[in-house]
Design a protein around this ligand. Sequence first.
Ligand code: SF4
Length: 512
Amino acid sequence: MTIAGKNKYMQTRLESIWILGDQLFPHHLLLDPAQKSQRVVVMIEAIDRMQERRAHKHKVILVVSAMRHFAESLQQQGWRVDYREADNFQAGLRDHLAEYQPQKLWMMESAEWELRQLQHQHASKLKLSVEIIKNSNFLVEQLAPEEKIEKKVILENFYRAMRKHFGVLLEKNDVPSGGAWNFDHENRKPYHAKIKPLPPISFAPDATTQAVIAKVDAACPDNISATTNFHLAVTRAQALKVLEDFIENRLPNFGAYEDAMAQDEPILFHSVLSPLLNIGLLEPLEIVQRAEAAYRAGSAPINSVEGFIRQIIGWREYVYWRYHKMMPGFHTLNHWNSSRKLPDFFWTAKTSMNCLQQIIGRVLASGYSHHIERLMVLCNFALLAGINPKEVNDWFLSVYFDAYDWVVTPNVIGLGLCADGGIVGTKPYIASAAYINKMSNYCQSCAYNPKVRTGDDACPFNYLYWNFLLRFETQLRANPRMGPNVLGLKHLDAEERQRVQTQAEEFLQSLL
Ligand code: SF4
């Protein structure tokens, strides 16, 4: 589909700007209005990318519909746009270059390591001038952390350096707003039935999105889930409404209930901005500044605003920076030598463990669960059960609508499974059923008992947790942050240790 043809522009050789599906920025650095008459935008809707890893259909619809809307909006602004549907990027780019014969090709670096390599390979092979600029969807590209931070770079000093560099939540003389850099200790309230969050704003598919849904149904029959119930924002205007809806209705309680989990409230007070931020419909600094404005206006408390801003300007930027330092090779890290195949129930949700059944079922249907469910239920289980990290990572990349390699791999192989040996995070995030029972209401409807360690109805999280401590006691003891966990082993006599290990082994053998 070519939105604007080339014919009347052939007198002069143009420069082409290749815009990727996750670079749909409202202020794209390559879209300088002064250059409009000399440049053509090329966008490629590649079938092989849509089918890749059987990605969740809601993610595919989101990206493709947002690309088409973005192309239409550029055209309305007077840009010439060559929008191509192709088998793959190579074919789309080859055909564009053959038709337009530009004198120069501009690109912005992909956030994904592999695609970035492909861009640079193209650049060296093409017989025209190619220029690749830094990705502007990440503020860390402007920081150079290793130059700014004197000590070893860890999340906390990285986050403070970002706050200072961009002047976020600071008072006079760089004093942090509210008197502290981090209010995490206030952000651990468990779920309780009186919590009644408003559901986030949603959008009925317009004609453009419906056409994309029809294409995804036809072209991606093996991808995850159905195309029904797609309701995500696909334009800049809709994305701004999602941001305002979060700021007004959920940000005030975001902090307090950030770690809570609930069977019938998948979103609670979370923002669900990540799919929009990851494709560029929202920009990181505008989100951060909007949240800070809510604090300054007195409409959201500091623990919520600081906790949210830390997710955006701290964690998101930190994992992106770490990912590019650790690639290639990140995908094959396996610190605990975990080799178990991913159980089938990750693809079906058919398990008697209620927390896993509910969360996996929801993710398969909608492409979403919030970050504590990803970390403290799904990754926790995978780590305790010794599931191969790459298989877990590939599953996360397939089933979430906000999944990209730069964010999934550090969060799953790094933080969630600690398969990097403690580079992204500083300890393995393992927990028994006590944590899930405290923070959620899943255990109330479960066949298992979260309060017993062994026995017929004991929750598998319990014996798997203690089995993990027993297996890796020496290693864990050496980690100062794991001390309290390992100390708990002194309450297990030899017989209980044997029961734990036997029941864990039987359970693991039963996983298919
Ligand atoms: Fe999950 Fe165990 Fe609670 Fe069941 S008892 S919901 S398996 S933590």
